[in-house]
Write a protein that binds this ligand. Structure first.
Ligand code: SF4
Length: 401
């Protein structure tokens, strides 16, 4: 049986390496051009090349999103860009444009995946994209497992389904809220998540939302399909997609590790260890989750945030481990760290554990030596601490919740 692909998001090289190290089989990223999530610190061509080399060394893949709604100016350098992506080693592009499908197939050997921006929800749509040369369709987030079963029976094309992350309150990409309210175009990567804001609701001139609990909010809960992994594998889905290119490395590591465990245990015919994976996700998840549309249409309560529900507190991301040498753990700092304090370590190769940070030292940019002093922290600062245990690269240091 072909093993399902676990596909993770990455907004920069650090996140790409974290996702692959924690068990993703492939990562989707955005280039500086033609990609949604324009604010998600998209990759230059050099960074894409480095990401592809890193992935291929591990036998894994890189997909690049080319899914903006193209205006005339966007089309100018498209041919050159696609050729450069292939030269950089990219395995697949993700697009919602028929023109781009045709051009990519004509100029390159990269796979073409049809973006969720197309909201593919029926057999005819799948047949159409297959007839145009697409290698894979990314189904709309509103598809149920029953729908997927039918699609699988009737089509040989690869099917990718969302399993975790943010949901749109509208069909993906068919929303103008953010454009209208703050002039940020959701279809060009600038969504301001206006559906997650709180609104007063009026009927004519009368304010209906008088109490804080009545504030009108359209946000939907995030998707979490941990419990549905076996069913989705048995249906024959080819790729499981985690959403969230703007998310931090901490989040990506926790979510990838959680799904990797369940997928591997399933194929090994072992106990799936849901509780461990739910616990992993609870350490990084700060929004409430539901199973979305996997079981068909859902009630407002299952899907929407209510005012009583607040964001869940997640463990704070402190640092990424850069390496271990001569009894020192070297860190790339993301938040304030304190000496003589216990932290949680998320590891790509073993269960999480606590560790005491002692003898913390830092090095200023032009200094050669590390010095012992209070570390104010600023992202990227060079920091190390003494430790007998070897902590591998890409481990994550977090506050204990
Ligand atoms: S505002 Fe909300 S519903 Fe609209 S595109 Fe953004 S996330 Fe989706």
């Amino acid at each position: 049986m072909k093993k399902v692909e676990l596909l993770a998001p990455a907004g920069n090289l650090e996140k790409l390496k974290v996702a692959l190290t924690y068990g993703a089989d492939a990562v989707f990223i955005g280039g500086k051009e033609f990609s949604l999530r324009s604010k998600a610190s998209n990759f230059s061509l050099e960074e894409i090349k480095e990401g592809c080399e890193f992935a291929h060394r591990l036998g894994k893949k890189i997909h690049v999103t080319c899914n903006i709604v193209m205006h005339n100016n966007d089309v100018n350098h498209l041919e050159e860009y696609l050729i450069n992506l292939e030269k950089a080693g990219v395995d697949a592009i993700i697009t919602s444009s028929l023109f781009m499908v045709k051009l990519c197939k004509k100029l390159t050997n990269m796979e073409v995946h049809i973006s969720t921006q197309q909201s593919i929800m029926n057999q005819e749509a799948i047949n159409f994209w297959m007839s145009q040369g697409a290698d894979r369709v990314v189904l709309g987030r509103e598809c149920s497992i029953e729908n997927m079963k039918t699609f699988r029976k009737n089509t040989p094309i690869e099917i990718e389904a969302f399993i975790h992350g943010g949901m749109c309150s509208s069909y993906s990409g068919k929303c103008m809220l953010s454009n209208l309210m703050v002039n940020r175009d959701a279809n060009r990567g600038g969504c301001a998540y206006s559906c997650r804001w709180m609104y007063d609701l009026y009927e004519k001139d009368e304010l209906i939302t008088k109490r804080k609990e009545d504030y009108f909010k359209m946000a939907s809960k995030d998707l979490c399909a941990l419990k549905y992994v076996p069913e989705l594998i048995e249906v024959g889905v080819d790729s499981f997609k985690i959403e969230g290119r703007r998310k931090a490395s901490n989040y990506i590591a926790c979510v990838v590790k959680a799904y990797r465990r369940i997928i591997d245990n399933y194929y090994l015919n072992q106990e799936l260890e849901y509780d461990k994976s739910i616990n992993d996700i609870s350490k990084c998840e700060n929004r409430l989750t539901s199973h979305g549309f996997l079981k068909g249409n859902v009630s407002v309560e299952q899907m929407s945030y209510t005012i009583e529900e607040t964001l869940l507190k997640a463990g704070e991301y402190i640092a990424l481990v850069k390496g271990y040498k001569d009894g020192y753990v070297y860190l790339d700092l993301h938040n304030k760290i304190e000496d003589n304090t216990k932290y949680l370590v998320l590891s790509p190769i073993e269960d999480d554990y606590e560790i005491m940070v002692n003898e913390l030292e830092s090095k200023e940019t032009r200094q050669v030596e590390y010095t012992k002093k209070e570390i104010e922290t600023v992202a990227g600062k060079d920091v190390r601490f003494k430790c007998d245990k070897v902590i591998p690269e890409y481990s994550i240091i977090r506050l204990i919740k």
